[in-house]
Structures are given as C-alpha cells and as structure tokens.
Design a protein around this ligand. Structure first.
Ligand code: SAM
Length: 222
C-alpha cells in the first residue's frame, strides 16, 4: 500500500469506526487522522493496521483497537498544556496520539524490547515531547509528578495508589479495572473534595503486571 492509500484508509477509519460511534472531540479526531498507525505495527500486518480490532505487536502484547484509543483519549480530556503519564507504552501508538494533544508525555513500558521499538519509531516520526522508560508503571513516575492526566492501557485488578497520589489537583486518571477477562473503563478526577469516579463502559485489555497490579505468571483457578 502506498502512503496515499494509507491516508485514505486512515480517513475512513476515523469516519466509520470513531466519529460514527460518537467520538466528537475535534482535537482527538485530528490526532487520529494524522498519526500513521501502520508504522507502529509489524510490517507484515501493515495492511490490517486500520482495521477495527487490536493487533499483535510481539511479546504476547497488543496495540489497542482504534476506537478504544479514541474513546480513552477523549474521556481523559487532554489539554495542550497538560503533562501526561501513560502506563503501557506497547507499540507507542497511543503515546503518539497523546503527544499530539499534550505538552509533555511520559510513558512507562515493562518489556524492554517493546520500549526500544516504540522509542525508535517515535524518534523517527519526530516526536520531541515524549519521554519513555522501562519499568513498573504501577509505581508511577514520582520524579516527574504531579501529572494533569494519567492513562493506563492495561487491565488492572484495582487502581494503583501511587497513580492517584501522583495526580495533580484537577487531574484525571483513566484505567481499565476488573478481572483478567473483562474490565470497566474507569475515570477518576482529583477534586478538592477528593477522588470522584465515573464509569465509561466495558473493555478487554492485557494484564497490568506489577507491584500494584497482577502478579507475573498468575493463573486462574476454577
Ligand atoms: N497503548 C499501547 C499501544 O498503543 O500500542 C497498547 C498497550 S498494550 C494493550 C499493554 C501494555 O502494557 C503492554 O505493552 C504491556 O507490556 C504493558 N504493561 C503491563 N504491565 C505494565 C506495567 N506494570 N508497567 C508498564 N507497562 C506495563
């Protein structure tokens, strides 16, 4: 597929999968129209990059479905002055969308090979406001806190306390919370009166593994 073809397929993705399902924030729609999603997936599946489902990116991990990326981004209400923390860099695609909308993006990935690939593609595409490191994102990034917005792109058994602690007053945190098969998109706002919680529908993510997430190698018992 030529770059022109990718542009056309991407416009179609935004129209049919995202706008028509109710995502209306013009800044989010513009970012989703601009970021070349195919560059974030292995080249042998570039022809599927704009399809309506998650794709494998190696290490048993996935790049999320485009609609989920758009929905989470819109729900997080990212402003252009925001300092954002993302947990679960994965391919770096969501990082790129956030980088289009915010002032600075800090992102943590626990798998070093994924972090290296994401770092490379984000550099090649010229994102200068992105900072990525390998680590356990359930601990947050305390040296850079507070954050105006935090996005967790892996499914958690509960909201990791370090993340709510690292949220600025007025800040928002979005995170899928549930068991390992299904979760609820959960938005928390830090207000003067405390944390306010909203729920934004069901979803299914790979597991958030770490000190305040799932334990590595955890297996379900029936
Ligand atoms: N946002 C990504 C993208 O656009 O490609 C998709 C993320 S993928 C669904 C979830 C990612 O979270 C995986 O790459 C996984 O390794 C990572 N992850 C899981 N637990 C983590 C943790 N404690 N800290 C950082 N990353 C974690």
């Amino acid at each position: 597929m030529t770059e022109d073809k990718f542009d056309a397929v991407r416009r179609d993705m935004v129209e049919t999968q995202i706008r028509r399902r109710g995502v209306a924030d013009p800044r989010v729609l513009a970012a989703m129209s601009q970021v070349p999603r195919h560059k974030f997936v292995p080249s042998h599946i570039w022809d599927q990059a704009y399809n309506d489902y998650p794709l494998p990116i190696g290490e048993d991990q996935t790049i999320s479905q485009p609609y989920i990326v758009a929905l989470m981004t819109q729900t997080l209400e990212v402003k252009e002055t925001d300092k954002v923390l993302e947990i679960g860099t994965g391919s770096g695609y969501q990082t790129a969308i956030l980088a289009k909308l915010a002032a600075q993006v800090y992102s943590i990935e626990r798998i070093a090979s994924l972090e290296a690939k994401a770092q490379k593609v984000l550099e090649e595409l010229g994102y200068a406001n992105v900072h990525i490191k390998v680590g356990d994102g359930t601990l947050g990034w305390p040296e850079e806190a507070p954050f105006d917005a935090i996005m967790v792109t892996a499914g958690a058994p509960q909201v990791p306390r370090p993340l709510t602690e690292q949220l600025a007053l007025g800040g928002r945190l979005i995170i899928p919370v549930g068991d390992q098969w299904s979760q609820t998109l959960t938005l928390m706002r830090k207000t003067k009166e405390g944390l306010k919680t909203e729920y934004h529908g069901g979803c299914r993510f790979v597991r958030l593994i770490g000190q305040h997430g799932w334990k590595e190698g955890w297996v379900a018992e029936f």
